[in-house]
Design a protein around this ligand. Structure first.
Ligand code: AP5
Length: 190
């Protein structure tokens, strides 16, 4: 198996590059943001609770996203590997992911972190907000709140992978193709 965490702040390009990676390497894309938006679209109780937090730019509780990831890992037995996008977002989620993969005799091979400055992130998300239909892209204050939430709760997750020598930083500014070239070089080193 090949398991990769694609990491970075809101708007860094995780979703965009995940699609390139799954096409090239045949991995399964697990995006907790997408899974939560499916729950919202389906009108489930979980989705309705998550929406209240997501619309404010806040993280949903760890147990909710850990449960979703656990279900997806069970549902995809025999997969070649996974690309985790937007997960883990807290140290508790990172530790839970290690436990879940260990129980399947596997592990995270590396974290690829896309580095993009706050000014560029805001510009990308505001631009997308016009047609993404995502309420959390619609206003600059919520976008800033998402970035603050990343800085206060999520950025530290990188240390978990640094301490296991699994952290790889990539410049997330440039063309999508250039960035993907650099991501491929890292993946081929795993
Ligand atoms: P989530 O859906 O994960 O959103 P996010 O992290 O805020 O990330 P985005 O999807 O906005 O950005 P991205 O990095 O994927 O960039 P993208 O490729 O789209 O989470 C949403 C919410 O769900 C969270 O706020 C939280 O409430 C909840 N949630 C999700 N996971 C959770 C978890 N694990 N724990 C708790 N809560 C959780 O690109 C962005 C834009 O930039 C696009 O328009 C794209 O076209 C453009 N772009 C991409 N690359 C480039 C480039 N190189 N140059 C110029 N533009 C580019």
């Amino acid at each position: 198996m090949l398991n990769i965490v694609l990491f970075g702040p809101p708007g860094a390009g995780k979703g965009t590059q995940s699609h390139n990676i799954i096409d090239k390497f045949g991995l399964i894309h697990l995006s907790t943001g997408d899974l939560l938006r499916h729950e919202i679209a389906a009108g489930t109780e979980l989705g309705l609770e998550a929406k209240k937090l997501m619309d404010q730019g806040l993280l949903v509780p760890d147990e909710v996203v850990i449960g979703m990831i656990s279900n997806k890992l069970d549902a995809n037995k025999g997969a070649k590997g996974f690309i985790f996008d937007g997960f883990p977002r807290t140290v508790a989620q990172a530790e839970a992911l290690d436990r879940l993969l260990k129980s399947k005799h596997s592990k995270i091979h590396g974290m690829i972190a896309l580095e993009v400055n706050a000014e560029e992130l805001e510009k990308r998300l505001l631009h997308r907000g016009k047609d993404s239909g995502r309420p959390d892209d619609a206003n600059p204050e919520i976008i800033r709140k998402r970035i603050r939430e990343y800085n206060s709760k999520t950025a530290i997750v990188a240390d978990h992978y640094k301490s296991h020598d699994k952290y790889h930083q990539i410049n997330g500014i440039g063309t999508i193709e250039e960035i993907f070239e650099n991501i491929q070089k890292v993946i081929k080193s795993f």
